[in-house]
Write a protein that binds this ligand. Structure first.
Ligand SMILES: Cc1cc2nc3c(=O)[nH]c(=O)nc-3n(C[C@H](O)[C@H](O)[C@H](O)COP(=O)(O)OP(=O)(O)OC[C@H]3O[C@@H](n4cnc5c(N)ncnc54)[C@H](O)[C@@H]3O)c2cc1C
Length: 383
């Protein structure tokens, strides 16, 4: 029997645990640094068909219909003139069982966690050291305990400390010069927007996304705005929780976003956006990186979790087929999605009114061009 240790109980770690648990030749354990799984009630997540297809393999389609939503379109709006620019039919890639889905993060993570036996997750296990000198891999934790395993799967997120430990050098993500403001909204935000679609509003140096997270009339609000922060501000986590900072971000937003929307925001949270600058390829024996620990994308293609799920599935298949080679197509795919996410960021944040006007005309044309949609979205959504 092969022992597999999974470091980190986020979307990627829990998903791969669900896949591997089906094989009785594996003894798997998830090691999570916190004393519980972070369920983040309220906030939303978008999942495109490439990940829904893989989630359905572990029973995701059984989630109650009222706890998820299938928007058909992304409606693009201009924050400058408050007019709709165009809409994009994201349901074009749907099939009867596999549909673009928006839902609460809680619903997804709880489903992944509840599908595993409790005994499979060990809490308060923060990795401090990894030893490859022994026959197996030895993992040491902060609480002075250690385990031995045959395979090590690292899924401890954007700030992966375990990645730095195996690389024997500090690998830090880069600040993306942007702040994210996340909130929940309990009613259709304004009558101008269609509550059944994803509303993506483009402003100057910021964009905002509002989408339904279930069939109970709840919505997720997220705004990404450019903001330079000093090195000392970036390490001061209390800054992002302070009322003054949140108020200052809301005040920045209020120049472009309707007060009707801002006044209905609840559970507001701010955080700096970090991304990966390079793909790190581990050379340590039987050691793999998945999820944000492998690569953190800018959040402008809503692909972070979907890619985490794809990569976890790919690793599961490699383990099943005893094929441990790092996949060159995965590197190409990661670079392509990273490029498109950065391109979206640039297009969504244009501040020059003339260039924004030209962008709007181009977008209205491109969303109706099948060839473009298949090439721009289809390459990502059809894995
Ligand atoms: C603003 C924003 C919006 C987003 N929206 C979307 C979206 O709509 N759709 C989408 O697909 N993606 C989205 N994403 C990305 C998505 O949330 C992430 O890609 C995804 O959650 C990554 O999952 P993960 O399991 O790799 O990491 P995480 O969810 O970060 O989980 C890592 C886990 O590891 C644990 N851990 C950390 N260090 C250690 C350690 N040393 N030892 C043990 N355990 C440890 C942590 O406690 C945590 O439980 C968004 C991201 C942002 C920033």
């Amino acid at each position: 029997m092969k022992k597999i240790a999974i470091i980190g109980g986020g979307i990627s770690g829990l998903y791969i645990a669900n896949l591997l648990k089906k094989n009785s030749n594996y003894k798997i354990t998830v090691y999570e640094k916190n004393n519980s799984i972070n369920l983040e009630k309220g906030y939303g997540i978008q999942l495109s068909v490439n990940s829904i297809n893989l989630l359905n393999k572990i029973g995701f389609h059984n989630i109650k219909l009222e706890d998820k939503f299938h928007p058909d379109k992304v409606d693009f709006y201009s924050l400058k003139n408050k007019k709709k620019i165009c809409d994009l039919n994201i349901s074009a890639f749907n099939s009867t069982e596999v549909k673009y889905t928006t839902l609460q993060r809680f619903t997804l993570i709880n489903f992944l966690k509840d599908s595993l036996p409790d005994s499979l997750i060990n809490y308060n296990k923060k990795v401090t050291q990894i030893n490859y000198e022994t026959k197996n891999i030895e993992v040491n934790f902060e609480n002075k305990t250690s385990i031995k395993c045959d395979y090590l799967i690292i899924s401890d997120g954007t700030f992966s400390k375990t990645k730095s430990i195996i690389a024997k050098k500090e690998i830090k993500p880069k600040y993306f010069n942007s702040i994210a403001l996340r909130a929940t909204v309990d009613q259709a935000p304004t009558k101008e927007i269609n509550p059944d679609n994803i509303s993506l509003s483009l402003g100057s140096k910021l964009h905002t996304v509002i989408y339904p997270i279930n069939k109970k009339g709840q919505f997720n609000f997220i705004s990404i705005l450019r903001k330079k922060l000093s090195a000392s501000q970036l390490v001061d986590y209390s800054l992002f929780e302070s009322r003054d900072f949140i108020e200052s971000v809301l005040s920045d937003l209020s120049y472009q976003i309707s007060p009707d929307i801002i006044k209905n925001l609840k559970n507001i949270k701010c955080f700096p956006v970090f991304v990966s600058s390079k793909i790190y390829h581990p050379t340590n024996k039987n050691t793999f990186l998945i999820g944000d620990a492998f690569f953190t994308f800018p959040p402008t293609f809503a692909q972070g979790a979907s890619q985490s799920i794809e990569l976890a599935y790919e690793l599961y298949e490699n383990l099943e087929n005893q094929n441990n080679k790092f996949n060159q197509t995965r590197i190409k795919r990661t670079k392509m999605i990273n490029f498109k996410s950065r391109f979206n960021y640039f297009v969504f944040h244009i501040s020059n009114p003339l260039i924004a006007f030209i962008r709007n005309i181009l977008m209205s044309y491109l969303v109706r061009n099948k060839k473009f949609i298949i090439s721009y979205l289809g390459k990502i959504y059809k894995n």
